[in-house]
Design a protein around this ligand. Structure first.
Ligand SMILES: *[C@@H]1O[C@H](CO)[C@@H](O)[C@H](O)[C@H]1NC(C)=O
Ligand SMILES: *[C@@H]1O[C@H](CO)[C@@H](O)[C@H](O)[C@H]1NC(C)=O
Length: 440
């Protein structure tokens, strides 16, 4: 028997990917191994439902108390603050004000770094308690915890490969064109120097200093984000949108995972009665499980849906939204259930939902907000395998056109082929077998 511990920063994408890997391991090896995933109270029941065999260790999300204090101190409403931030992000990406982008990015990394510092003692305690044989880390800036106790670990990257930081990759979150033409490489380099070398230099020094004190390897020169593993590296990204493997050569071995879906799929959602007899495409709208962050987004998009001659299933999270004849809303929808029946998906472009959509061959309209959603949206649009929109350009006409274009037979055929390839190759099994080699 072996003990396997997954460590995440509690993003939905990371948790769902880890659960899919865990489920597959259980499918392959039964109860041979013990699998642990630390989560907060909100996630515990969801993880239990997805996979009852996983042992959840609950802890309090370090940002919770800070947020509570912030809102108590300022008297501001959470929704308003997030709406404001979203609006700012939208302005930045639309107008592409380089200085603003750089500025924003510095604050984004500051938040991630602060998270890392706050997670560290909590997670460290959990590593001690579980004493695993192997750790799978899916952190943003990863600290391979357990390194000081000689516990081997895998790095599981569940965000865009731009975060590798490579000369033939656009800099992460830059929203720059993604093909490595001479001209683009020049723009990338300029952006990289301004945004990552100059602006972030101090912070990177601080992160490296902090990592060093914990026996962790440094972040290398280009790479701002990850500490790879000398044992096993895994990257989640479908081959068809991956970045030029002949140019982007990473040292060592990287296992590629197209998608993280474990069979059997959840039951497809039953098409709601009110939508059954309406004309138009069936569109699934999902902006993830952090509705506050996407409030502005969701509202902007939703406002338009009643005017369109299509049918919508919308996952609203905890936002109360007005219903309309052609819209069915539900607070929590299992995206895999909805994607099985949808003609098109409108989403934020996070790595989990885009990989799920490719797996199931569903055309995507991506309206990204921040982080690697920007890179994913840009990449998929550049590869002509989906459509990326900016919130501020959204209108009745734009969405209508995007839905029409998504249902173009040539694109649908291509997506079907991709889906068949992914299902046949079964990369998840391969990844699980590699992980289990480290378990006795
Ligand atoms: C993981 O990736 C890093 C960087 O690409 C590489 O140096 C290392 O050798 C890789 N690990 C393995 C086991 O190949
Ligand atoms: C979308 O397709 C429908 C039906 O084919 C058509 O009536 C509508 O004009 C199209 N809209 C756009 C913006 O192309």
């Amino acid at each position: 028997m072996g003990k396997l511990l997954f460590l995440t920063m509690l993003t939905s994408s990371q948790i769902k990917v880890c659960v899919a890997v865990a489920k597959k391991i259980i499918e392959l090896f039964g109860d041979k191994h013990e699998i642990y995933i630390p989560v907060d109270k909100d996630w515990e029941p969801k993880v239990k439902e997805m996979c009852p065999e996983i042992k959840c260790i609950t802890f309090q999300r370090p940002s919770e108390e800070l947020q509570r204090q912030f809102f108590a101190r300022t008297g501001k409403k959470k929704e308003d603050v997030f709406a404001e931030i979203c609006e700012q992000y939208n302005q930045i990406w639309c107008n592409f004000d380089r200085a603003e982008v750089v500025n924003r990015m510095a604050s984004f990394y500051k938040i991630i770094f602060n998270h890392l510092i706050k997670f560290h003692p909590i997670v460290n305690e959990i590593v001690k308690q579980v004493a695993p044989d192997f750790i799978v880390t899916s952190f943003h800036v990863s600290t391979p915890l357990g390194i000081d106790r000689n516990i081997p670990y895998a790095m599981l990257l569940t965000s865009s490969p731009t975060f590798f930081g490579h000369e033939f990759l656009p800099p992460p979150m830059s929203d720059l064109p993604s093909e490595p033409t001479l001209e683009n490489i020049k723009i990338w380099e300029k952006f990289f120097e301004e945004a990552y070398l100059l602006e972030h230099f101090d912070m990177k020094e601080r992160i490296n200093f902090w990592l060093k004190q914990r026996n962790c390897p440094n972040l290398d020169e280009r790479n701002f984000y990850l500490v790879e593993s000398p044992y096993l590296n895994i990257s989640l990204y479908p081959k068809e949108i991956d970045y030029n493997p002949n140019l982007v050569k990473l040292p060592g071995k990287w296992l590629k995972l197209d998608s993280a879906i474990c069979n059997p799929l959840p039951e497809p959602i039953v098409i709601p009665e009110k939508l059954k007899n309406l004309p138009g495409k069936l569109v699934y709208v999902d902006f993830g499980n952090q509705p506050f962050i996407y409030l502005y987004h969701v509202k902007e998009v939703l406002k338009l849906l009643p005017t369109l001659k299509h049918r919508f299933i919308v996952c609203t999270g905890s936002i109360d939204l007005k219903d309309a004849d052609n819209i069915y809303t539900e607070k929590n929808i299992e995206s895999l259930s909805a994607l099985q029946v949808a003609d098109v998906v409108i989403c934020h472009g996070g790595t989990k939902i885009i990989t799920d959509s490719f797996h199931l061959g569903v055309p995507q309209i991506i309206i990204p907000l921040f982080g690697d959603q920007i890179d994913n949206g840009r990449r998929i649009d550049d590869k002509k395998l989906g459509i990326r929109l900016y919130t501020s350009e959204i209108s009745h006409q734009v969405i209508d056109e995007a839905i029409n274009k998504s249902c173009n037979p040539t694109l649908m055929k291509k997506l079907k082929e991709i889906s068949n390839r992914i299902k046949t190759e079964n990369g998840l099994k391969n990844v699980c077998l590699e992980i289990c080699k480290f378990l006795k």
